[in-house]
Design a protein around this ligand. Sequence first.
Ligand SMILES: C[S@@+](CC[C@H](N)C(=O)[O-])C[C@H]1O[C@@H](n2cnc3c(N)ncnc32)[C@H](O)[C@@H]1O
Length: 231
Amino acid sequence: MGEMYTKHAEKYADAIENNAYNGLYERPSTLALVGEVNNKAVLDLGCGPGVYAQHFVNQGATVTAVDLSEQMVQITKQKLGDAVTCYAQDLSDGLPKEADDSYDFVVCPLMVHYLEDLVPLFKEVNRVLKQGGWFIFSTHHPLVDFEDDAFSNYFAVERITEDWNTVGEPVEVSFFRRSFTNLFDSLAESGFTLDKFSEGQPDPAMKEVSPETFDKLSRRPNFIFIRAKAN
Ligand SMILES: C[S@@+](CC[C@H](N)C(=O)[O-])C[C@H]1O[C@@H](n2cnc3c(N)ncnc32)[C@H](O)[C@@H]1O
């Protein structure tokens, strides 16, 4: 893993709390698909600094939060203490600590693009969800990362490495770009039925704080948002 979520974990935590892309676009768009979680069992995958976990705890859910980065796990534990179960796990190895049929919701914001193959994790998500439970996740819009030149192949799963300025200095991040076909086939192969698809909308509050980003995101989606039901 790159250093964004380890060495820079504290700065990342501060940056995404209220910024435009996370606080006023990604989070409201994902939460619009999650809905009511009071008294529900929620598993937060790739929990990062625990902003989602905190929201679900505040809503009255029982929350388990998982992340590859020990630093992110520590930040989440410092924030939420005994209010969540939080532990480190590489999700490309699945969910070995989780029992079958134990969650009403699995929420996984902005994490699946760090996995080359989605099917092993999606099958694990299906296993730990109760029948009819919900899997909600967000990820990069496939077209945002697609280089439209004669040599690129939209249908391939491609590793992309970029410098991101999220924490106020460029930090190299590597992730995978995949087609809509790959994404939806992976869901179907893992026992999910698509329930809702969205390309999100910036929160109107962004108009005041970041008018240029609001204008851009109102015309060009950056992420996609999916709600699927475990069969
Ligand atoms: C963009 S952050 C999103 C954090 C949080 N979901 C949010 O939206 O606020 C991505 C998170 O995924 C975690 N991650 C990346 N690869 C992972 C893996 N293989 N297993 C578990 N977590 C992973 C990173 O450590 C990081 O905390």
